[in-house]
Unconditional design. Structure first.
Length: 478
């Protein structure tokens, strides 16, 4: 595929979640025996730094930590040019075995086989890597020509711009949540939670949703739901023998009929500490880049009527390059053995600040996660440095129609705090939402959208910590 030229547009972009920061689990090898057509078994010893979670207390904790760890990611076996998906991950410390269950089945059991683990993204990437220049003392010399530099530690900075999908397994009633590649990607921002959805019964209003009581009320305050084509935040969940219900805000545009699906959202709660690190994979023609120990920030930007993309900014610890690396055939852009939903597009959606609807034309959201590289001798086992998070100040720039002076002289002037809801897309499998307590920050300016006056406002997600739980900017996928 390559020859003497590296074709920049050919290849792929992907990632793999790390078990231990700075160690890439991308390339693995199956054991010499014990594999089947639907399983690959990897030997994991205490010295297996890319897979053994040494920092946990005991075998039970390590086994629980690795359970389902790589579910929803792809495996590719280069020798036989086979591709499959990981449906289960199970670690048994007594037998030093990490078993990956696959679907579809391989053509034969693959013993002592090299394979790769990754989540492929419909993305472009731009990374700058190298060894840091260490300046020499500007010593007195007989010529103006400066002395040579010395080389120091690795530097890894980059970004990935990707389309984003809703859930590849939509959370209807009785549906068990399943990890997909975006679940793993977003887990680098925060902790994932998910549960099955429900179904409406008779008597619902635009704010009180009556649920079919054949299963217990699976919802709780802080969830978000997709009903019809509208996302709403669950402020209260009531479980009652006479009928379960949820209270939602903002109100739906109409009361749902009986038998309507109430889709649950996969919720990402931003982490303050202990962020998951990723290895990003770039294949540029036949040259492979692994960017290890990456801690990330996420932002998104979209104009109404256009597609939606997310931007991942990454700061890493180390990198590795491989020449003459080829993937024959295609690694599908999916997380399971079926066609995934289409990417999210911002041709439907809604935006609310409290109960006030914002007729939104543009959104720019940014988690603004600050990352620092800590360097000391304590990290000499990896790259002698570790990337950590040192701050987060999420914000959303929203352009919306100027319908009255209230936003400027009341909402903004009073520093009003309320729940900001930004919904992109309207169909299960192709919908996301960002919801959190916010307030207008800098004074809104006036713009125009095709000749129509708009407010161009920046909302800061804030928390005065006067409640028993923290306020954060939550990310939901449906």
């Amino acid at each position: 595929m390559a020859g003497d030229y590296k074709r920049a547009a050919l290849g792929l972009v992907g990632f793999v979640p790390e078990v231990n920061q700075g160690y890439s689990p991308f390339e693995q090898a199956s054991k010499s025996s014990g594999n089947t057509t639907t399983t690959l078994v990897v030997d994991v010893q205490t010295t297996t730094s890319d897979l053994y979670p040494a920092g946990l207390a005991d075998a039970t904790a390590r086994q629980n930590y690795l359970a389902d760890y790589f579910n929803g990611l792809s495996v590719y076996l280069p020798a036989t040019e086979e591709h499959s998906y990981i449906t289960d991950t199970a670690y048994v410390e007594a037998s030093n075995a990490l078993t990956l269950t696959l679907s579809p089945a391989l053509a034969a059991a693959r013993d002592s086989a090299t394979f790769y683990i990754l989540g492929r993204l419909p993305a472009t990437s731009d990374f700058t890597v190298g060894k840091e220049n260490l300046s020499r003392l500007d010593f007195r010399r007989g010529s103006w020509t400066p002395p040579s530099n010395l080389k120091g530690l690795s530097q890894v900075e980059g970004s990935v711009e990707s389309e984003i999908l809703g859930l590849e397994t939509q959370l209807e009633k009785t549906v068990t949540p399943a990890l997909d590649r975006y679940s793993h990607l977003l887990s680098a921002i925060g902790t994932r939670s998910a549960h099955e959805g429900g179904t409406t019964t008779s008597g619902s209003t635009t704010t009180t949703i009556e649920l079919d009581t054949s299963n217990a009320n699976v919802f709780s305050a802080g969830d978000a739901v997709l009903i019809g084509e509208e996302v709403a935040y669950v402020t209260e969940a009531v479980e009652d023998a006479g009928g379960d219900s949820i209270i939602v805000s903002p109100a739906l545009s109409s009361a749902p009929a009986s038998g309507v699906a109430v889709y649950a959202g996969e919720k990402i709660t931003p982490d303050d500490t202990g962020q998951l690190s990723l290895t990003f994979i770039e294949l540029i023609d036949d040259q492979l880049f692994q960017h290890k120990g990456c801690v990330v920030n996420l932002s998104l930007s979209s104009q109404f009527s256009q597609t939606l993309s997310i931007s991942i900014e990454a700061t890493g610890e180390d990198f590795a390059l491989t020449d003459s690396f080829s993937v024959s055939g295609n690694i599908p852009l999916a997380s399971k053995n079926s066609t995934p939903p289409a990417p999210v597009k911002f041709v439907q959606g809604r935006a609310y600040f409290g109960t006030t609807e914002l007729d939104c034309s543009n959104v720019d959201f940014n988690y603004n996660i600050e990352r620092s590289v800590v360097r000391d001798t304590g990290d000499s086992d990896t790259a002698s440095q570790t990337v950590i998070v040192t701050g987060r100040a999420p914000s959303a720039g929203v352009s919306f129609r100027n319908k009255s002076k209230t936003f400027k002289d009341t909402t903004e002037a009073n520093g009003t705090q309320s729940r900001l809801l930004l919904q992109f897309g309207a169909e299960a499998g192709a919908c996301i939402a960002i919801i959190g307590n916010a307030q207008p920050s800098d004074p809104a300016t006036y713009g125009d959208n095709e000749g129509i006056s708009t407010y161009d406002a920046t909302f800061a997600f804030v928390d005065d910590e006067v409640q028993t739980s923290y306020n954060k900017a939550y990310f939901y996928r449906f």
